[in-house]
Design a protein around this ligand. Sequence first.
Ligand code: MV4
Length: 504
Amino acid sequence: MKMFKKILIANRGEIAVRIIRACREMGISPVAVYSEADRAALHVALADEAVAIGPAPAVESYLDMDRIVRAVRETGAEAVHPGYGFLAENADFARCLEKEGIVFIGPRSEALELVGDKVRARQTMEKAGIPIIPGMKSVPSDAGEYIKAARALGFPVIVKASAGGGGKGMRVVTEEKGLGPALEAGRREAKSAFGDESVYLERYIEEPRHIEFQVLADNSGRTVHLFERECSIQRRHQKIVEETPSPALDDALRLKMGETAVKAMRAAGYNNAGTVEFLLDKDRNFYFLEVNARLQVEHPVTELVTGVDLVRRQILVAAGEPLALKQGDLRQRGHAIECRIYAEDPAANFLPSPGRILFLREPKGPGLRLDSGIYGGWDVPIYYDPILAKLVVWAENRELACRRMAAALDGFAVLGIHTTIDFLKDVIRHPEFRAGRTNTAFIPKYFDGWTRPPGEEGELPLALAAAAIDEMGRRTRPKGRPRAKEETAGPWQTLGRWRMGGAD
Ligand code: MV4
């Protein structure tokens, strides 16, 4: 099989950096694309070539298929890695590349289309004998069908968008008189988010765990799973902490869910890397929820525990290589946890917090991995998903991994903007989290209205900044970009310019 010489990465930030690294290790030349807001971004500095693709708003750059195809042509790249978000699950984009003879590093467009339609995916899974959440099997043409279905299912029910995912268009309905308004609201939201107002009903599962299985499949149907990720720690459908193995599974349930995940992907004709999401209810029943047809943000925990480089495998199977992994050889070793570091203020309803990173101290040590898209002195733009970095730890068991994560978060300082670091410290130290009692209600239940512990605003980062002051001059700076004033000045010179959290 001929391996690609050049891959264009149609993404930005930490995931673009992650993919660039995989390309380098494989002897493939990585090509970056960037918007006007990302000229000085880390992924641009790390790639071999970088192509400007337009103005800051994503619709005019990272979401613009024509501009990306033009950049592929211009640079002679043979394949495109879409990362996650942006065009990653866009069947039109995959089809467009297929037509142009460019390899899309992801599933074929037909599989993308199938799993992107939730109602079609449910039908496919039911036919394949996979447990789906009780609910409607199609979008009804007659409005009276909804009330009939809701009565048959029993309240509470949940309204879901057929084109949906990520919680958009979802409404929980606890009694009959709420159904009409919920359907209307769900339709309106689905229409504006997906351009498709189709909604359907499912029985509502209360306080489920969200457990997903990583799957890899080659172009000839060889399919394996790489076990689960527990993703129940979420806020408004944004995951915050992920881990593997899940504290909720034993070997028997894991085996059954893993086999079901493989069966689901085979039924969908799926190739490349993907994830099968399940809900696990209080009685430990599991139900197929949806397929995420992309590399996921939380893929590193799987990599640390299985030893498999998922991005490398994606590239290999996209190049037509047979999958060289056998299910029976795959094992989970130890425990991994990921914390997502966002440029958001958790004390102010997670408001985005763009701006200049005046000081950055990243934790290091045994068992730590930091997938980061930032550097000290960089201006975090306001235009995109505010993820800055993912802190991932591996340790022999869950308790040791929690301790390692807590210590690593304590060693992480970002000054100049608000981040989720302090919030994550409290999540990791929470007794319910420590006990592994996590479900999707965890954050709303224990962390609603969270504020920074009084008196602690910024003391720790200040101390760390002082301790690391000699590192200030040694930070990396993208090639060809002049050194900004703030990069040579220590934190004490810039002290007057930042406001500590809570004081503003
Ligand atoms: C559900 C559910 C309970 N019952 N479906 C949220 C995102 C979307 N992909 C599916 N979601 C849910 N579907 C039924 N029938 C609860 C959720 C849900 C959820 C799911 C996974 C992770 C976090 C969540 C938070 C709230 C609700």
